[in-house]
Design a binder for this molecule. Structure first.
Ligand code: URA
Length: 209
């Protein structure tokens, strides 16, 4: 059964409000997304395994926990997922990065794959899939289905905004994948955009409109 983590931390909610505003500059939008990514990285890595290593403080030896960051792979669903990467990598700098390229067929709104590249040894890695917008759910479902074929140890899905219909579809398709979202909005418009939403995340991150 999928767990949906609705992250209601005031700092994340405040920054998300600023991002939603239509007059927010590209640089401001990108900076806020970077900050939210760091805060969401903190939530999504909460269950990350640690192991004890021997260290010496200035006073005495001790065993102390560390994570193995290299075991994490952030999987960006291009291109908007790339906007999450800098923030996530600043918290887990040793993580590997995979990319999934999908475009939305404008007629059917279905996801069509054009790129897929993951690091070696996926069966030893915990995958964290990144896409700011869980809208129809089609891209997220297709990306996770494809990712499962590489047999990662675990998969989590992180977005900024989810539409209820996309979220329900994702949960039905991948009940074993926890979802982390900062907001669940009202719904989708006729073009498959989340409303009230924040517009086209890719265009707002990269200033392409
Ligand atoms: N992709 C976006 O960038 N925005 C939406 O609202 C939906 C999908």
């Amino acid at each position: 059964m999928t767990t949906v983590h609705h992250i209601t931390h005031p700092l994340i909610q405040h920054k998300l409000t600023l991002m939603r505003q239509k007059d927010r500059s590209t640089s401001g939008f990108r900076r806020l997304l970077g900050e939210i990514s760091m805060l969401m990285a903190y939530e999504v890595t909460r269950e990350m395994p640690t192991q004890l290593i021997d260290i010496e403080t200035p006073l005495e030896p001790m065993k102390s926990p560390v994570i193995d960051g290299k075991k994490t792979v952030f999987v960006s669903i291009m291109r908007a997922g790339d906007g999450f990467l800098d923030g996530m990598l600043s918290i887990v700098p040793g993580a590997r990065v995979g990319h999934v390229g999908l475009y939305r067929d404008p007629e059917t709104l279905k996801a069509v794959e054009y790129y897929f590249k993951m690091p070696q040894g996926m069966n030893e890695r915990d995958a964290i899939v990144l896409d700011p917008m869980l809208a129809t759910g089609n891209s997220a479902i297709a990306a996770v289905t494809r990712l499962k074929a590489t047999n990662p140890k675990s998969i989590r899905f992180v977005c900024l905004l989810a539409a209820p219909e996309g979220l329900a579809k994702f949960v039905a398709a991948h009940p074993d994948v926890p979802v982390y979202t900062a907001a669940i909005d009202r719904g989708l418009n006729d073009h498959g955009y989340i409303v009230p939403g924040l517009g086209d995340a890719g265009d707002r991150i990269f200033g392409t409109k």
